[in-house]
Write a protein that binds this ligand. Structure first.
Ligand SMILES: C[S@@+](CC[C@H](N)C(=O)[O-])C[C@H]1O[C@@H](n2cnc3c(N)ncnc32)[C@H](O)[C@@H]1O
Length: 318
């Protein structure tokens, strides 16, 4: 077991009641939690599954594995952990013939990861530039800010952080090399944005940190690869549930599920369907589900969350 320098802090699960309501796990079913984190959702799922059910938990972070040992200790269902990227883990489960009834993604970073200041996910603490969910993976944030060309950093900040001042921030980062700590990066951002932003509301480094974290962990590529694998893995009648925290993720989840629910892709002027495609999914959450005002007040980190759930149709239903 891996021992970490910090005490694991429990992750408050986001949209937890809505996940249980809409993914609707039943006693005796098999569920794959692709993003175990602090085990918040996993504990609720385990209670639903009961002694005949199986909960397979995946996370690429060894800290999540440590937390799993605590959660699984006297769990009400069978639980196993796969410490891996969820793309590889889903391939492994397919090879083992696992056909889950529910697959859950709760994307992004956990509170445990943000609060572990020494891992460098937060702009609020001074820490080494790391941001890796899997500490063995490459690159780290330090590699990106010190070794990537300015144009690639600028493009990363623009496309993964929607950062308006991407070019001037990237220029500052390169001019200040080597950057060693999160404070060095925050200072580079502050110097790269106009005074109105530097002294405005909120931390001007927020978008830069999000963008670099997404690049470090290959988050969007992983999501693009995992959604079709998870869908193929699901048993007929199974439910895919995904919680995203920004539009880059939500757009991908929405497009994926809506495409599967649509079926026919013929142009509207065709009098008769030529493509022959049948719907494979029924959307359970049509426009997605957002947290209530009460949940946001209790857990401000939930404010940007969005849940989408779809059911995989049996062939006879389509
Ligand atoms: C938002 S947290 C999940 C929190 C969890 N649902 C809970 O209630 O405690 C996301 C977790 O997913 C993990 N993760 C993100 N991307 C991953 C990937 N591609 N493969 C495996 N784990 C990943 C992160 O390490 C993090 O622990």
């Amino acid at each position: 077991m891996v021992t970490l320098a910090y005490m694991p802090i429990e992750h408050v699960p986001v949209l937890a009641a809505e996940v249980i309501r809409d993914a609707d796990p039943q006693a005796g079913e098999t569920v794959v939690d692709c993003t175990f984190g602090g085990g918040g959702h996993a504990r609720l799922l385990a209670e639903r599954l009961g002694p005949e059910g199986t909960l397979i938990c995946i996370d690429r972070d060894p800290a999540a594995h440590e937390r799993f040992e605590q959660v699984a200790h006297d769990a009400p269902c069978e639980m196993r952990f796969v410490q891996s990227d969820f793309v590889a883990a889903l391939t492994e489960l397919a090879a083992d013939g696992v056909r889950p009834d529910v697959v859950l993604f709760d994307l992004g970073v956990s509170s445990m990861q943000i609060d572990a200041w020494e891992r460098g996910f937060s702009y609020s603490f001074d820490a080494p530039l790391d941001m890796r969910m899997d500490p063995e993976s490459e690159p780290s944030a330090e590699t990106i800010v010190n070794e990537w060309p300015e144009s690639r950093i600028s493009e990363t900040l623009r496309s993964f952080g929607d950062e308006k001042h991407a070019r001037s921030i990237a220029r500052e980062i390169v001019a200040r090399r080597p950057l060693e700590t999160t404070s060095d990066l925050v200072e580079a951002v502050r110097a790269g944005v106009p005074p109105k932003v530097r002294f405005g509301r909120g931390n001007p480094a927020k978008r830069t940190f999000q963008a670099i974290r997404i690049a470090v962990n290959g988050e969007l590529d992983a999501l693009d690869a995992a959604l079709p694998s998870a869908w193929d893995l699901l048993a007929p009648g199974g439910r895919l549930a995904a919680i995203s925290f920004h539009s880059l993720e939500d757009r991908r989840v929405k497009r994926f599920l809506v495409d599967r629910a649509r079926g026919c892709i013929c142009p509207p002027e065709f009098p008769v369907c030529q493509c022959g495609l049948e719907p494979e999914a029924k959307l359970i959450t049509r426009g997605g589900v957002a947290p209530s005002a009460g949940e946001i007040a209790d857990n401000p980190r939930s404010s940007s969350a969005h849940l989408r759930v779809a059911r995989k149709l049996d062939r006879s239903e389509s």
